[in-house]
Design a protein around this ligand. Structure first.
Ligand SMILES: Nc1ncnc2c1ncn2[C@@H]1O[C@H](COP(=O)(O)OP(=O)(O)OP(=O)(O)O)[C@@H](O)[C@H]1O
Ligand SMILES: [Mg+2]
Length: 326
């Protein structure tokens, strides 16, 4: 039985439908990412799981218990928002103590110990006496994370926790969140519109678009077997092409570059060559005007002798082509 279950939730704001019969599940200890473009309903879904928003219909079941009408204070979750939402007039440590002190059953030394423990876990023990303004964005987000996990919640909700950070800090914190999530074994739902974040961090990904769930699967399943053109296009790069009525798709790295003498399926005119280090991305045009993009090891591009305005010979392995009915 899944640990967290959202069943057929529909939510409307005035004339706007934010969620259309959405169902989502997370197993205990899983990190599930909700991925989708802006406005597709990710935050609304997370807020309904938290009880910060009520569903028009459908239910939220946590650990076998129907929580649909339970107020947020009774749900036992930790939450981190895109903006850090720290108390600016409190130090890092005070920000964390604040929540702990609301728990009447915790003694003074227990509170101190717990604060020290989570500060170490997020790597902020040395910065505990600083105020939010004296911290970097990444450190502020770590503080928010420490505060969210301090009360040992049974599940963790993260709404684009990394989107305000620069690329390097983001990559580091990505790893840190995964490490903390795994070591606590805490069921986590993370919202993101960054496909790379979803692919690298998740046990499972829920792809949303226009208020509905388009696909649920492991990063590998979503990448290798996207159920429809939207998912295929939203995650990674993909080529679409038409053959005798059907629409087919293939990832750029699955196309093989070959020579005229070998077997090939298509000939394309080379329009642009992008050297990307280990890989070279070649943009070409098939005779039917279809644009095609191919990723090959740069070594292979050199061997074959790839040049702008030349021709390239391509193999589309059947096991890597995806067919979509029209
Ligand atoms: N309180 C509200 N009142 C009216 N409309 C709302 C409200 N909250 C959300 N919406 C609408 O519901 C839809 C889904 O919004 P939501 O915030 O869930 O999207 P999102 O996927 O989180 O987008 P983003 O990636 O930009 O954060 C949007 O069209 C939004 O305008
Ligand atoms: Mg949002």
């Amino acid at each position: 039985m899944p640990y967290l279950e959202v069943k057929n939730v529909t939510k409307r704001f005035e004339n706007q439908i934010a969620l259309k019969s959405v169902s989502v599940e997370a197993e205990k200890g899983e990190l599930v990412c909700i991925l989708g473009p802006s406005g597709c309903g990710k935050t609304t879904l997370l807020r309904i799981i938290a009880g910060l928003e009520s569903a028009d219909s459908g239910s939220v079941v946590i650990n076998g218990k129907d929580c649909t009408y339970l107020p947020p204070t009774k749900r036992n979750f930790g939450i981190v928002f895109q903006s850090y939402a720290l108390f600016p007039n409190m130090t890092v440590k005070e920000n964390i103590l604040f929540g702990l002190r609301q728990k009447k059953e915790l003694g003074k030394s227990e509170i101190e110990n717990r604060a020290a423990e989570v500060l170490r876990l997020v790597g902020l023990y040395e910065h505990k006496n600083k105020y939010p303004l004296q911290l970097s964005g990444g450190q502020q987000q770590r503080t928010a994370l420490a505060r969210a996990i301090a009360l040992s919640p049974v599940y963790l909700l993260l709404d684009e926790p990394l989107s305000a950070l620069d690329a390097k800090v983001r990559a580091k914190l990505r790893g840190d969140i995964c490490h903390i999530q795994r070591s606590l074994g805490i069921t986590t739902i993370m919202v993101t519109h960054d496909q790379e974040e979803a692919l690298t961090m998740s046990d499972r990904i829920i792809v949303m678009n226009n208020a509905v769930v388009e696909q649920v699967g492991t990063p590998r399943e979503i990448y290798d077997k996207p159920l429809n053109p939207f998912v295929a296009n939203f995650i990674g790069t993909i080529n679409f092409y038409k053959v005798s009525g059907g629409i087919f798709a293939i990832r750029p790295e699955k196309i093989e570059l070959t020579t005229r003498k070998e077997h090939y399926d298509h000939i394309a005119e080379i329009k642009r060559v992008e050297f990307k280090g280990a890989l070279t991305r070649i943009y070409g045009q098939l005779p039917q005007q279809t644009e095609i993009c191919v990723d090959v090891p740069s070594r292979r591009a050199d061997e074959i002798g790839i040049k702008k305005n030349g021709m390239m010979f391509l193999k589309f392995p059947a096991e890597h082509t995806i067919k979509y009915s029209v």
